[in-house]
Design a binder for this molecule. Structure first.
Ligand SMILES: NC(=O)c1ccc[n+]([C@@H]2O[C@H](COP(=O)([O-])OP(=O)(O)OC[C@H]3O[C@@H](n4cnc5c(N)ncnc54)[C@H](OP(=O)(O)O)[C@@H]3O)[C@@H](O)[C@H]2O)c1
Length: 270
């Protein structure tokens, strides 16, 4: 079945479930977002679900993620049920393994733990309880290790990607395998927007620096997930379909330096 992913998506990391997640997601959908990205570990699935319940469920592309403490076959199935129940829905559009089990924590067992989590996602997919299944923070060797046992290939890899960390090699691998790349922290958590090069481009295109970055993600072929709790920024971040960056400007942003802002998947101890 062909599934399309609305872009940009709306990110909900660090939006607390004290009413803020519900209000932000409601405002985001009203602003035009049709793709909401949450995760068990964000602890806001209940609020996200309340907001979504006010709209036609089929109009929203909803993602959640399996947390690291729920890896493995049975526990992944249980975690999925819990996410559905908190979200108040009977299906997800996308379910991801949030982080690969790595050798640092699990030694030789890492690959088989990931394989077992993946087997659970394949079952959920076959049962029609999730329309697409994928990975998050998986690098080339984690993806390739899944090949030994996977019967269904991953459809998405959601990874850190922003100016200064363009993920060229992983994008090319994913493209060769038909895996859609989603960009997390595309604005570098807000820190990427103060840059003289981006300000110059923003002035030239009549856009903001945030819009330049989001458009760059789209032109790289990725699906940016952008978070804001401010309605005017939600609207701003969505208004990126009426202009196109030149190849030269894309190359300038591709060459930014800075690297990751967060832990590398093989170094994670959580
Ligand atoms: N899979 C993973 O491991 C993983 C990890 C991290 C994130 N994610 C996903 O990716 C989403 C986005 O990442 P993120 O939340 O870390 O960072 P982000 O979207 O790169 O940046 C969000 C920050 O930028 C600010 N901001 C948003 N729009 C702006 C604008 N137009 N102008 C100026 N500042 C702006 C926001 O402030 P205000 O909210 O105050 O407006 C917030 O502080 C997450 O919410 C989550 O869904 C996934």
């Amino acid at each position: 079945m062909h599934v399309s992913i609305p872009s940009p998506g709306f990110g909900t990391f660090k939006i607390p479930d004290d009413g803020t997640a519900e209000v932000s997601v409601r405002e985001a959908i009203k602003a035009g977002y049709r793709h909401i990205d949450t995760a068990t570990v964000y602890a806001n699935e209940a609020g996200v679900g309340k907001a979504i319940a006010e709209f036609n469920r089929n109009d929203i592309f909803l993602t959640s993620k399996l947390w690291n403490t729920d890896r493995g076959y049975d526990s992944a199935l249980r975690a999925f049920d819990k996410s559905l129940s908190l979200l108040g829905t009977d299906y997800l559009d996308l379910y991801l393994i949030h982080w690969p089990a790595n050798r640092k924590q699990f030694g030789d067992k890492a690959d088989s733990i990931n394989a077992e989590s993946w087997r659970a996602l394949e079952r959920l997919y076959r049962e029609g309880r999730v329309k697409s299944i994928g990975l998050s923070n998986f690098e080339q060797h984690h993806i390739e290790a899944l090949d030994w046992t996977a019967e269904i290939g991953p459809m998405v890899d959601q990874v850190e990607l922003h100016p200064g960390f363009a993920q060229e090699e992983l994008r090319s691998l994913c493209s060769s395998r038909g895996i859609v790349v989603e960009a997390w922290s595309p604005l570098r958590r807000g820190r990427a927007i103060d840059s003289p090069e981006l300000s110059e481009m923003a002035a030239r295109y009549g856009k903001t620096t945030a819009q330049i970055i989001i458009r760059w993600c789209i032109q790289l072929g990725t699906v940016p997930l952008v978070k804001s709790t401010h309605v005017e920024r939600m609207i701003e971040n969505l208004a990126v379909m009426d202009f196109e960056l030149s190849d030269a400007d894309i190359s300038v942003i591709n060459a930014f330096e800075g690297g990751r802002i967060f832990t590398a998947p093989d170094e994670a101890e959580f």
